[in-house]
Design a protein around this ligand. Structure first.
Ligand SMILES: CC(C)(COP(=O)(O)OP(=O)(O)OC[C@H]1O[C@@H](n2cnc3c(N)ncnc32)[C@H](O)[C@@H]1OP(=O)(O)O)[C@@H](O)C(=O)NCCC(=O)NCCS
Length: 166
């Protein structure tokens, strides 16, 4: 994500349903500016971060996804969020899977984690589909979160199960 993403990101992050399980919920314009600056700083400091996601023929992003250090720990987490109009189309699975593959193949990671509120069924389903293993409930981002992890081998197994039969 780039600072130039501010216009769409501030609209995106103002939606309370999209932001229900992310941080403290919907963001004001000033808060969105601050959050976006954090995403940009992540790229500068860690050489990985969140991507804005566009459809092939779309100008305005439909969401974001990518990798970032998990809240001051040595772990790297995969994160994703899409505008409501894009929910239920398989985008999160496709894009989160691309981000995880990039982490393993291009960034040399040997483990990637994901966290969510326990009631965020859609997000947990995405984690399952990526081959992530449930590790229990842990305090992250100020509240108890379900914690998942995946290795390159488990990810490859899950990807082969998702691949359409020939
Ligand atoms: C979580 C989120 C990214 C999922 O995006 P999506 O593009 O709709 O996900 P997909 O279409 O790839 O679906 C993944 C799976 O979840 C299931 N799913 C989708 N919405 C669901 C829901 N509300 N409840 C239960 N399962 C759901 C899908 O059916 C699919 O499983 P299936 O292939 O077995 O049918 C999206 O709901 C979102 O942006 N939510 C707000 C932001 C957020 O909570 N991000 C995660 C923070 S941890």
């Amino acid at each position: 994500m780039m600072l130039a993403d501010l216009e769409w990101y501030s609209d995106f992050a103002a939606d309370p349903e999209v932001m229900r399980y992310i941080g403290t919920g919907a963001l004001s314009y000033a808060q969105a500016q601050e959050r976006l600056a954090r995403y940009v700083r992540c790229w500068e400091e860690h050489d990985l971060g969140m991507f804005s996601v566009r459809l092939r023929d779309g100008d305005v992003p439909i969401g974001w996804a990518g990798l970032q250090p998990l809240n001051g720990t040595p772990e790297i987490e995969v994160g994703y969020a899409f505008a409501k109009a894009a929910w239920g189309c398989g985008f999160a699975t496709e894009v989160a899977s691309t981000a995880v593959r990039w982490g393993f193949e291009e960034r040399g990671l040997d483990r990637i984690v994901a966290v969510a509120s326990s009631e965020n069924e859609a997000s947990r389903r995405v984690m399952d589909k990526l081959g992530m293993r449930y590790e229990g409930v842990r305090p992250v981002y100020g509240h108890d979160s379900v914690y998942y992890s995946v290795t390159p081998a488990a990810f490859a197994r899950a990807a082969s199960l998702r691949a359409p039969a020939r």
